[in-house]
Write a protein that binds this ligand. Structure first.
Ligand SMILES: CC(C)(COP(=O)(O)OP(=O)(O)OC[C@H]1O[C@@H](n2cnc3c(N)ncnc32)[C@H](O)[C@@H]1OP(=O)(O)O)[C@@H](O)C(=O)NCCC(=O)NCCS
Length: 190
């Protein structure tokens, strides 16, 4: 793995730290790397890093990474670079864009859509036919009623219950969820 915040030679979860992102072109050649995973939780930070790596290593694939204990319904399509973690359940005929993050035990019900770089924190639950806009982040345990649309770059706080559409570029939370304030592109939420 590569991580600017770690010392080269350190181990993280048993994986040796080989360098930082700037070292990737050389490391890819030396280790015959076939694909990369952007393991960054914050949606905007993940997008910045993917863009940087695409410039450094053009054409390098980012496969979707799906834990063997995730359940994926028939007809669901998952985009490149998306990470689906243990215990996640994705219903049938969903469309998941590129570089999304679907965390432990999150559940996305049938015919729902996640646009690129959006995320579900652990134990998020949605009804069917929901649409989660690009870069939107649903906080831990948040719930969407069926058919709810979440605007791009929105943040829905932990434990929120969205019964109405969630405005783009807004932080909303509560039961039922209400808009609390605006947010700017890339504002941190973790
Ligand atoms: C919504 C969120 C981004 C707001 O963060 P914030 O603006 O920094 O809010 P603060 O922590 O400063 O809290 C401000 C007030 O809002 C309340 N508040 C914050 N998040 C809340 C939530 N989700 N539900 C209800 N109240 C909340 C706080 O209790 C506090 O109330 P107070 O002023 O009466 O003390 C954040 O709380 C959140 O839920 N982030 C998601 C985190 C997550 O899912 N992590 C798991 C990732 S794997």
């Amino acid at each position: 793995m590569v991580d600017r915040a770690c010392r080269i030679g350190a181990k993280v979860l048993g994986y040796p730290v080989l360098g930082e992102d700037a070292d990737l072109p050389g490391l890819i050649q030396r280790h015959a790397v076939q694909g990369l995973v952007a393991a960054i939780g914050d949606n905007a930070r993940r997008a910045e890093m993917v863009e940087r790596i695409r410039n450094l290593c053009p054409g390098m694939p980012f496969p979707a990474v799906i834990h063997p204990h995730a359940c994926i319904g028939a007809g669901t399509v998952i985009g490149a670079g998306t990470v689906v973690m243990a215990g996640a359940v994705i219903g049938p005929d969903c469309r998941i864009g590129e570089f999304c993050l679907i965390n432990h035990l999150a559940s996305l019900d049938h015919d729902s859509v996640m646009e690129g770089f959006s995320s579900l924190a652990p134990r998020v639950a949605t009804g069917g036919n929901c649409r989660i806009g690009a870069y939107a982040a649903l906080g831990i345990g948040a719930v969407l009623r069926h058919g709810i649309q979440v605007g791009e770059h929105a943040v829905l706080g932990g434990g929120a219950l969205a019964l109405d559409p969630v405005e783009a570029y807004a932080v909303s939370y509560g039961v039922p969820a209400k808009k609390i304030r605006e947010r700017k592109l890339g504002d941190s939420y973790l």
